[in-house]
Write a protein that binds this ligand. Sequence first.
Ligand code: NAD
Length: 293
Amino acid sequence: MTRIDGHTYLIGLMAYPIRHSMSPTMHNTAFEELGLNYAYLAFDIDGDHLKDGVQAIRTLEMRGANISMPNKQNIIPHLDKLDISAKMNQAVNTVVNDNGVLTGYTTDGVGFVNDLKRKGHDVSGQKMVVVGAGGAGTPIATQSALDGLSEIKIFNRRDDRFANAQKIVDLINQETDCQASLHDLADDAAFKDALAWADIYCDATGVGMKPLEDQSLVNDPSWLKPDLVVYDTVYAPRQTKLMTIAKDAGVKNVYNGLGMMIEQGAAAFKLWTGQDMPIAAVEAAINEKDGQA
Ligand code: NAD
């Protein structure tokens, strides 16, 4: 706290509810570690106060903000510019204030791709199956396609997200060299075949976390080959039912979403400060806070 003075840059997290977020721990640890004169605070901002929240970024000359639900889409009309990541996903999780010009980004997809890279897997040239086309699945699909994925099969149940999934598939086919297709998650045979075909399987649904923590969308271990990369975006619990089934099936590379969460923060951190986030220190601080140390 001694580093806060009259020159400290403020960064805010604007969402509701938001007090449970790990982002203040993550960014303030990184500022301390690197001796940067920034402070990161969480603000309960719901849809009714979003316009005022964005105005505060301008008035207080904040360096920027993270944006979460329910504001990720609604903030778009209040910003001056959108990066391609925000344009493709029609959602913003990071705002950067460059001398009064506010630009929106979505760093979740970069977070996924960079976490896989850190673990030794490059999405370039790979084939991926993603289940889910919401706030997590959409940027995972678009960023992986932008970063050279060769083919993607998106599976979704026929709920209100199915139409969004079709839009994302069309966008990927138009804007990138990746070949995308959409499939009904109820089609077991197509899902099983796709898992046998894929290099990477990503579950981007809430299945595996409360209240569905004892469930997995894949229940037959024989559907998961040992060399498949299995990635569950859930990180609470750290070990999901899918991860247990994959490990029992002999899959070597099985991951939860903690690394993606940290890397999406690292991408925002780089946009605000120009510096690389000290990942190991941040991970240790999160583990301590989470009682996992
Ligand atoms: P969302 O509500 O925006 O989208 C959920 C998606 O999952 C939709 O496509 C929906 O059709 C599908 N889905 C939901 N329940 C399902 C079920 N029972 N069976 C099959 N499909 C189902 O949610 P979101 O924001 O995309 O979050 C999805 C998951 O990703 C959550 O578990 C969340 O914790 C996780 N997440 C992780 C990170 C990270 O950094 N690791 C970031 C964002 C979200």
